[in-house]
Design a protein around this ligand. Structure first.
Ligand code: NAD
Ligand code: UD2
Length: 321
């Protein structure tokens, strides 16, 4: 029974990781400032350190006695990086350096979230890990900065790390009601309530949507793969879906007609994003990823249940058993 630190453990992906760690019998310390995460997503029984991941002293305390750190805390939005360049940089890059600095003393392995945003627009698809990096956003540039600091962590300080470039992650507990929410959470929420959805641009842009359970499998397996070489892997499916096709598939999952409207494209938007999952599959021993429709059905069911957080969901399950 090992103790792990999960930064961002009250967020969407963090809450799923927390549940998976607990299911395999591990203990958990969560560091989160609850800015986009919520207390309802805190795993019952987990220790909470509430505060800022860029606060070096706080992170150093939180790192005490842990077997490994999963670093997920970030301002996980391209759009917010546009609005608040410096503020997001402080959390997304300085926060990561604070985590690696705190891991220094005992060389605690760190598995951290990078993003497909490091690639920007690529001519060759699907994207393999060695593709040239051309981030088109402050968010992507900071994630690339995290990867470069991980090289320093390994080379200079002997800290084992693994970076996981998540593509577009979706699943239950992804907040659908913020202007910065991911497209799947917004579309599922609106269409399930019979409201129209807005597609930015012509909707032919494509994304590689990966279900959160597959992301958690990569995170868990990733702790063994962390090394001073600072490896970085794609976490994706290798399947492309256009935004318009997504709208239609979600409408079908909700059992409603697709009411799709169009608005101008987002500035600086990536046109096509499709990852090659082969390296991660081979290195982490991952199975076949979930089909899009399977994952969408889970999101629709979660919305129908009133969007419970992890804690409320646990309480509901306890009542039923
Ligand atoms: P999320 O917003 O649900 O989770 C982020 C968590 O970090 C939240 O609980 C938030 O309260 C916390 N946090 C934010 N700023 C903090 C700070 N200064 N100090 C401490 N805690 C802070 O987002 P998510 O989708 O679960 O993302 C998790 C990680 O995965 C992030 O690093 C994100 O950049 C990365 N990622 C996500 C996606 C995706 O599609 N969701 C894709 C690529 C990468
Ligand atoms: C980027 C990253 C992703 C993650 C995320 C965090 C890429 C390829 N992906 O996702 O890995 O880090 O940022 O924010 O870099 N859209 C609509 N209508 C809406 C909402 C979105 O049409 O109401 C479109 C949007 O224009 C885009 C697609 O849907 O083409 C996906 O948008 P998103 O905000 O869910 O995620 P994206 O691709 O910016």
């Amino acid at each position: 029974m090992a103790l792990y630190l999960v930064t961002g453990g009250c967020g969407f992906i963090g809450s799923h990781l927390a549940a998976a760690l607990a299911a395999r019998g591990d203990r958990l310390r969560v560091l989160d400032d609850l800015s986009t995460g919520s207390l309802d997503n805190l795993l019952p029984g987990a220790e909470l350190v509430q505060g800022d991941v860029a606060d070096a002293a706080l992170v150093r305390d939180a790192m005490q006695g842990v077997a490994g750190c999963f670093h997920l805390a970030a301002i996980a939005s391209v759009e917010r990086g546009v609005q608040d360049w410096l503020g997001t940089h402080r959390v997304n890059l300085t926060g990561t350096i604070a985590v690696m600095d705190a891991a220094r003393e005992r060389r605690v392995p760190v598995v951290y979230a990078s993003s497909a945003a490091v690639y920007g627009d690529q001519a060759v698809l699907p994207i393999t890990e060695d593709a040239p990096k051309r981030p088109l956003s402050a968010y992507g540039a900071d994630k690339l900065g995290c990867e470069q600091q991980a090289l320093v962590a390994g080379h200079v300080h002997g800290i084992p790390t693994l970076g996981l470039r998540f593509f577009n992650v979706f699943g239950p507990r992804q907040d659908p009601r913020s202007p910065y929410s991911g497209v799947i959470s917004i579309f599922c929420d609106r269409l399930s309530r019979g409201e129209p959805v807005t597609v930015f641009g012509d909707g032919a842009q494509t994304r590689d949507f990966v279900y959160v359970a597959d992301v958690v499998a990569a995170l868990l397996a990733g702790m063994q793969a962390a090394s001073v070489e600072a490896p970085v892997l794609n976490v994706c499916t290798g399947r492309a879906t256009s935004v318009v096709e997504l709208g239609r598939t979600i409408a079908a999952a909700c059992g409603v007609a697709a009411d799709i409207r169009h608005a101008p494209p987002r500035a600086g938007e990536i046109r096509h994003s499709l990852g090659n999952p082969a390296q991660a599959r081979a290195l982490l021993g991952l199975g076949e990823p979930a089909r899009l429709r399977e994952g969408l059905d889970q999101v629709v069911a979660w919305l129908r249940d009133g969007r419970p957080g992890l804690a409320r969901q646990r309480a509901l399950e306890a009542q039923l058993s």
